[in-house]
Design a protein around this ligand. Structure first.
Ligand code: NAD
Length: 377
């Protein structure tokens, strides 16, 4: 057993602050998954979190029971299935969403759209109802579409605040820092490469020219490094050979981003993270750039900064794909139907005959049921 003196603390060397107020309720939606479990572990181990609410459609009671035995302050609750989603979200200040299917070899992030769009839309819908003021951090892919989806769902409820909806791209920054440090023999914890654009293939744009400390590469090495950062997710998907995508490094990155959001909410100054957000910085409605975070989410968008010619071309090349992914997300929400009685959003247009049948069932079954109860008395 570890003595108290040597008990390991959260290993997020870069960003973990212990100086803050520390009263946040944080929810993880998709908490039983490959990302959700280690992410929940890191959050449970943080003094910034006082309540940790774990939601999934499977296995959350076990994950919550397990984590609840860890000797840290955060109270853990487990919630399973849509009936318990409201309770999971009530009072949350931050919601992190890794729910959804991951890639298998040969798949692009956009191939996940059909499944994950519905999952994210329903979870965003629940956030809009139960914790409309929360900071919402979306990990589920394709991030380039799931952020527009979340934003449009929040708009439908009249609770959209663009300063509080984030697509988590932190893993791209984490990878860029690591790869640059490896090539230059630096301590990765001291390297910072902003990564802008989106979170898929060529929309991932590392700004090596803005790296601190300053680094330089010959052009062939710069091209290879940029491509490695853009395809690093695929590197992991291939290595896992069908067993999913990045989970442990993503949990680290998700925790780093969540701690930054919490630190800033607690009044820490100068907290900067890149994330995919509503943006006026380019002709794309959503774009990732470094953001100054504050008590209410994004305090200031720090923009793209000065780009090299190489990086300007990367931005130009990304625009078409980014715009198409954003539109795909917006169109998805525009065609969602809302079931009139439960107000559960339905992602597919229902044929009128099926809709009529459903309405009849909802209207007719409760009175029939009460008649039969009355007769049986
Ligand atoms: N943003 C990034 O940088 C990044 C990096 C890696 C993975 N991802 C994405 O994160 C997502 C999760 O990946 P994973 O490896 O953890 O997958 P996983 O399959 O291991 O876990 C997903 C979890 O979501 C749960 N889930 C499914 N539908 C749900 C619903 N309606 N409500 C709540 N929970 C639900 C599942 O039960 C499962 O526990 C994927 O979409 C993946 O592509 C993003």
């Amino acid at each position: 057993m570890f003595s108290r003196a040597v008990r390991p603390t959260v290993g997020l060397a870069r960003s973990l602050s212990t100086s803050s107020q520390n009263h946040a309720k944080v929810a993880v939606l998709g908490a039983s998954g490959g990302i959700g479990q280690p992410l929940s572990l890191l959050l449970k181990n943080s003094p910034l979190v006082s309540q940790l609410s774990l939601y999934d459609i499977a296995h959350t009671p076990g994950v919550a029971a397990d984590l609840s035995h860890i000797e840290t302050r955060a109270q853990v609750s487990g919630h399973i299935g849509p009936d318990q989603l409201g309770a999971a979200l009530k009072g949350c200040e931050v919601v992190v969403i890794p729910a959804g299917v991951p890639r298998k070899p040969g798949m692009t992030r956009d191939d996940l759209f059909n499944t994950n769009a519905t999952i994210v839309a329903n979870l965003a819908d629940a956030c809009a109802r139960h914790c409309p003021e929360a900071m919402i951090c979306i990990i589920a892919n394709p991030v380039n579409s799931t952020i527009p989806i979340t934003s449009e769902v929040m708009k439908k409820h009249g609770v959209y605040n663009p300063n509080r909806v984030f697509g988590v791209t932190t893993l791209d920054i984490v990878r860029a820092n690591t790869f640059v440090a490896e090539l230059k023999g630096l301590d990765p914890a001291r390297v910072n490469v902003p990564v802008i654009g989106g979170h898929a293939g060529k929309t991932i744009i590392p700004l090596i020219s803005q790296c601190t400390p300053k680094v330089e590469f010959p052009s062939d090495q710069l091209t290879a490094l940029t491509e490695r950062i853009q395809e690093a997710g695929t590197e992991v998907v291939k290595a896992k050979a069908g067993a999913g995508s990045a989970t442990l490094s993503m949990a680290y990155a998700g925790a780093r981003f969540t701690f930054s959001v919490l630190d800033a909410m607690n009044g820490k100054e100068g907290v900067v993270e890149c994330a995919f957000v509503r943006s006026e910085e380019t002709e794309c409605k959503y774009f990732s750039t470094p953001l100054l975070l504050g008590k209410n989410g994004i305090e200031k968008n720090l923009g793209l900064g000065k780009l090299s010619a190489f990086e300007e071309k990367l931005v130009a090349d990304a625009m078409g794909e980014l715009k198409a992914s954003i539109k795909k997300g917006e169109d998805f929400v525009a065609q969602m139907k809302v079931f009139p009685f439960t107000r559960i959003p339905l992602p597919l247009p229902l044929p009128p005959s099926l809709l009529a049948l459903l309405v009849l069932a909802v209207v007719a079954i409760p009175p029939l049921f009460s008649v039969s109860v009355f007769i049986n008395k």
